[in-house]
Design a binder for this molecule. Sequence first.
Ligand code: ADP
Ligand code: TRP
Length: 321
Amino acid sequence: MRTLTGIQPSGTLHIGNYFGAMQPAIEAQAQNECFYFIADYHSMTTLHDPAERRTNTLSVALDWLACGLDPKHSVFWRQSAVAEVCELTWLIGSLTPMGLLERAHSYKDKTARGIPASFGLFAYPVLMAADILLYNSEFVPVGKDQKQHVEMTRDIAIKFNQTYGETFVVPEEQIRANVATVPGLDGQKMSKSYDNTIDIFGAEKPLRKKIMGIVMDSRTPDEPKPDADQNIAIQLLKLVAPADVATDYENRLREGGLGYGDLKKGLFEHYWNYFATYREKRAELAGNLDYVEQMLSEGAERARAVASDVLQRARKATGLA
Ligand code: ADP
Ligand code: TRP
């Protein structure tokens, strides 16, 4: 079973990304043939600073490797290292109806947020379809916001196969319905765009300060709190602490006697310990960037082997030389 997904190098990763996307992807390595790439071409639609792109790309690579992506088992590469994807974008883009692209939510959302409209922003779903089709992907695990793009990929693949003969595997999206939305420091969904994140990797002092700064209500420590399960710190604690420890905190909060300060202190300690071994691994990798680069280039080699095959098939089918 071949699973493929792309990760945009769009900034510092947070624990919402980790529990929502990275942890399931890392666990999937036990059963699946995994293709995971850093979507640096995609980042060009919104990010125009070369130094930032370089830094983010490397940082995302370190995050994934530190958290358990095994580059010997999974194929892990920089999207732009296999430029074949751009050619495939043209082949399938020439068959993609304008109306299909005009219906894409992400284009409307991004332009509404003030991102300048460009050919790249509009054509983004075609590049994403090329990412998926170029590697014979069967399953594409994504968040709900990306569902429409995978559906468009299916439409494009079917249309191409009908026009030029069986060429592409028609993929299916995998939406993680069971992965709860991780709440941010303000109770909304944790997201880079809301400035409410807890980074996976960051300096101890500012992170402690952020967690201790979570705003709670004004009830006294002794007051029982029947709504303890709604508390943000309890919800986050359930992700980073052993189940019995989190339940114990929740019970003490419900019955009264646990102050919010102590709860937040507990949350910080468990969060900090949860990522301790990953943090060490990341520091080790950051001191050995040659190894990281080597893993990415070996990944690109393995990715290219599949990509050239599929691209040849598509070129032949369309009557190109
Ligand atoms: P952000 O909202 O911070 O910009 P992205 O849209 O880049 O995050 O998401 C990258 C991946 O992380 C996606 O698969 C997305 O579903 C997942 N993800 C992001 N935020 C959360 C969250 N708060 N809870 C669960 N999963 C999340
Ligand atoms: N568009 C995805 C996002 O913004 C990232 C992505 C690019 C992707 N190409 C992909 C995801 C192919 C799955 C498959 O999160």
